[in-house]
Design a binder for this molecule. Structure first.
Ligand SMILES: [Mg+2]
Length: 206
């Protein structure tokens, strides 16, 4: 199978509505006197983090995460344009239930799609990355100076901008389609040559 047109898709915050489900479950656990917690979840106080750990402790929770519409709209375009779809996801190293649940989610929704679960997304090849988290996006772009990232918009990434990143907020689907078409038409070898650092190019061209 061709590795030329690989589109990598993140799960939480891209294809899965992790934040939405967590906030719903936290609300269920909120005492009458407690204030509403609205996020961001990563920056929550310790008692909220402890509740998040309890909520996410079973693989069933991960398996049953609802779909996030923004990510699925991009996935549909990638499928229509003939990209090879791969999942590129991170999971908490101290929670094997999350790893297992993510595989179950994939079997349920995209059974023919391969998955890479890693602690370092920068190591994985793709022509396109669809991811909502700036830190992982920047890591992946370190090795792909001409790679393209589509970032589903959310409150946490609202201030993030980068010349290789297109934000998708549901209103610019045509822009996304056109960028993906252009990217697919560029040859993988040409792109690889452009991505190569200057020092490597000197060795390559010798
Ligand atoms: Mg994410």
């Amino acid at each position: 199978m061709s590795i030329d047109n690989v589109a990598l898709f993140d799960m939480d915050g891209t294809l899965c509505d992790y934040d939405g489900q967590i906030l719903k479950d936290l609300e269920r656990l909120r005492g009458d006197e407690e204030p509403h917690f609205v996020g961001p979840i990563r920056k929550g106080p310790d008692h909220i983090k402890a509740r998040v750990d309890a909520i996410t402790a079973t693989s069933e929770w991960w398996k049953n995460l609802p779909k996030l519409e923004l990510g699925w709209e991009i996935l549909k375009i990638a499928q229509e344009q003939g990209y090879r779809i791969m999942i590129l996801s991170q999971a908490p190293i101290d929670n094997p239930e999350a790893w297992s649940g993510k595989i179950k989610w994939l079997q349920k929704h995209l059974p023919d799609v391969d998955m890479t679960l890693t602690r370092d997304k920068g190591l994985v090849y793709g022509k396109l990355l669809v991811d909502d988290y700036p830190e992982y996006i920047l890591r992946w772009l370190t090795w792909r100076r001409n790679g393209l990232v589509i970032m589903p918009s959310n409150d946490s990434n609202s201030g993030f901008e980068h010349k290789q990143v297109i934000r998708y907020d549901g209103s610019n689907i045509e822009e996304i389609k056109q960028a993906m078409t252009r990217l697919k038409e560029a040859s993988g070898l040409e792109q690889m040559a452009r991505d190569m650092p200057k020092s490597a190019k000197r060795v390559f061209n010798r």
